[in-house]
Design a protein around this ligand. Structure first.
Ligand code: KMH
Ligand code: ZN
Length: 281
């Protein structure tokens, strides 16, 4: 059987701006279109943030509802993952606003860290609270790991019963303040995973390509998109996350792996099947 790779598209994030690239989507319609384009290019999962019309990060449920509805109306059966990380400085109540009906996964950030010149706060009681909300809503957590100690927090959450399978682990490498994007770091983190765990590698900035290539060779899954990286090549802006997905799909095929469909990704991630029912005939 061909080894399947889940390609996740992180289409907007909270940090990148139109001043950096005119291709960063802001409105719900633009974000949904970017997600659908990424799905058409081969992404099985979309990682969603939202923005206010002026580009400020938003965790407003109305924005997320509109994005999710537009994706489903496309119609698209892509797996929808909403960020509970939001942006630095947001409180937990605000961050939880993204978990609207139709979401299938939610992120769970596993620790406090420097995030550029700011602090991304994830106190342990807040992590437990977000994990509980994900469980109540029947959403599969994607555990965001930026540094080695966060794997110990993962083990603690599992031991205390705050987290249980199915869950997914995302290694985000190259955030200034987190672990650097290197092969040594990715291998070290993967060795520290509880078994069995489905994991994805994401590299920030120019490391996106290198981490994707490594993760593909190491049997992991990949995340690409404008949230983490605006460039297709040195000095060449990607015109959207779909271009970055296309490249990840081509890289996967070069090492003998095929992109998973959303339904295949649901099976790998332990998600309920059945979005087809939502989409109708
Ligand atoms: N914007 C970052 C501070 C997540 O989506 O859960 C957090 C982030 C992680 O993007
Ligand atoms: Zn994010």
């Amino acid at each position: 059987m061909v080894d399947k790779v889940i390609v996740t598209a992180a289409v907007v994030g909270a940090e990148v701006t139109r001043a950096q690239s005119p291709h960063v989507p802001y409105t719900p319609a633009e974000i949904a279109q970017a997600a659908v384009d990424a799905w058409r290019a081969g992404a099985a999962v979309v990682h969603l943030h939202a923005r206010w019309p002026d580009g400020r990060p938003s965790q407003d449920p109305g924005h997320f509802r509109e994005i999710v509805d537009r994706i489903r109306l496309a119609p698209s059966d892509v797996v929808i993952q909403c960020s509970t990380g939001g942006a630095v400085g947001m409180g937990v109540d605000e961050r939880l606003g993204s978990l609207v009906d139709g979401a299938e996964m939610g992120t769970l950030n596993l620790g406090t860290m420097n995030f550029g010149d700011e602090i991304f706060a994830n106190a342990r009681p807040d992590i437990v609270r977000i994990a509980a909300r994900l469980r109540e809503k029947g959403l599969v957590p994607e555990c965001e790991v930026y540094d080695a100690g966060m794997l110990d927090t993962l083990a603690w959450l599992l031991a205390k019963g705050h987290l249980a399978a199915p869950y997914h682990v995302q290694f985000v490498l190259g955030v200034p303040g987190g672990m650097g994007a290197s092969e040594r770091n990715l291998r070290f983190l993967r060795e520290g995973l509880p078994e069995p765990a489905v994991w994805t590698g994401a590299g920030v900035g120019r490391a996106q390509l290198e981490i994707a290539a490594l993760a593909l060779r190491m049997g992991g899954h990949v995340r690409v998109g404008l949230e983490d990286n605006l460039y297709l090549a040195k000095g060449v802006l990607a015109r959207g996350s779909a271009e970055l997905v296309e490249r990840a799909v081509a890289m996967a095929r070069e090492v003998g792996r095929e992109p998973a469909t959303p339904e295949e990704a649901r099976a790998l991630l332990g998600l309920r099947a059945g979005v087809k029912a939502v989409l109708g005939p």
